[in-house]
Write a protein of this length. Structure first.
Length: 295
């Protein structure tokens, strides 16, 4: 997906330029890393957008800039960005592992060791839920783990989308289908997996142009049998069942072709996080990876 942003773009103000862009101020901000290749463009002033994106080590898109030119709206010099965001790359990465740990973190300081434990267990993606005040800071920390792709879960509002993306989230997950949340993610070029529970909600997701949805709460809605039933008429749709999935029923879900991946908390359970049992997180993650690979 290629989009250009400049003074006539949409969304949040890029304060350094006095121009609007499609990205929240501070998008992907964090410790400085490798600079983007020199494309001959002018990136000297747009600290809210360009300088943030260019040092995102985990960012897989391509940033190309053109030299500054007067803005038709403000008369000030602006830098135009051409940002290629590969949403399918995010979907493919999750689908390759077929597992997505879903984390509730109460202490952002635990984000780094948790991320290391997950990676050591063989996974490269994690969902951090917006159920606690620590979520935003935890996402920001995990976004700078070079071997990990972090997403935001339990996203209910457009404001949370913006905060998650600004912190470095590569994808957004919500418990239900919220049109405004989906629309904002699409504006930003961010993968979004809204929750569905019925065929009506699936149709809404398809009408919005989506091809991957979260099925939530999976076990309470009928489990793997319900996923099969819903998938039958929607053959192009992929599901991420979440809610009540454990090591005991994991194989039932993974046996379904329509299941892209399974979201679960058993690998990163609250009691393990409280006790900081990182080796156990690694062990459970590795066990789940082995099950997924043996499908």
């Amino acid at each position: 997906m290629r989009r250009s942003y400049g003074c006539d773009g949409i969304g949040v103000e890029c304060r350094a330029l006095g121009a609007a862009t499609g990205y929240p101020a501070g998008y992907g901000a964090g410790p400085a890393g490798p600079a983007a290749p020199d494309t001959g463009g002018d990136v000297r002033s747009c600290s809210a957008v360009v300088l943030s994106i260019r040092h995102r080590k985990a960012f897989s898109g391509v940033v190309i800039t053109r030299p500054a030119r007067p803005c038709s709206r403000s008369g000030r010099a602006v830098t135009w960005l051409y940002l290629e965001v590969n949403v399918s790359e995010v979907v493919d990465a999750i689908g390759a592992a077929r597992l997505l740990p879903v984390v509730v973190l109460n202490d952002a300081a635990q984000a780094a060791p948790l991320g290391a434990a997950i990676v050591a267990g063989g996974l490269r993606s994690v969902e951090v839920t917006f159920r606690t005040d620590a979520a935003e800071a935890a996402i920001r920390t995990l976004a700078h783990e070079p071997d990990l792709m972090v997403g935001a879960g339990t996203v209910l509002t457009v404001d949370q989308v913006d905060r998650a993306v600004a912190a470095g989230a590569r994808f957004v997950v919500s418990p239900g289908f919220g049109p405004s949340v989906v629309r904002r993610c699409q504006e930003l070029g961010i993968a979004v997996f809204p929750g569905v529970a019925t065929s009506t909600e699936i149709q809404m997701a398809l009408d919005a142009g989506l091809d991957t949805v979260k099925f939530f709460p999976a076990e309470q809605l009928g489990g793997a049998r319900m996923v099969k039933a819903l998938a039958a008429p929607y053959r192009a749709l992929k599901f991420i069942p979440t809610g009540g999935v454990t090591s005991a029923n994991l194989r039932d879900y993974l046996a379904i072709d329509a299941v892209l991946a399974v979201g679960g908390t058993w690998m990163v359970a609250a009691d393990l996080l409280r006790a900081e049992r990182w080796s156990e997180v690694t062990r459970l993650t590795a066990e789940a990876v082995n099950v997924a690979g043996a499908r």
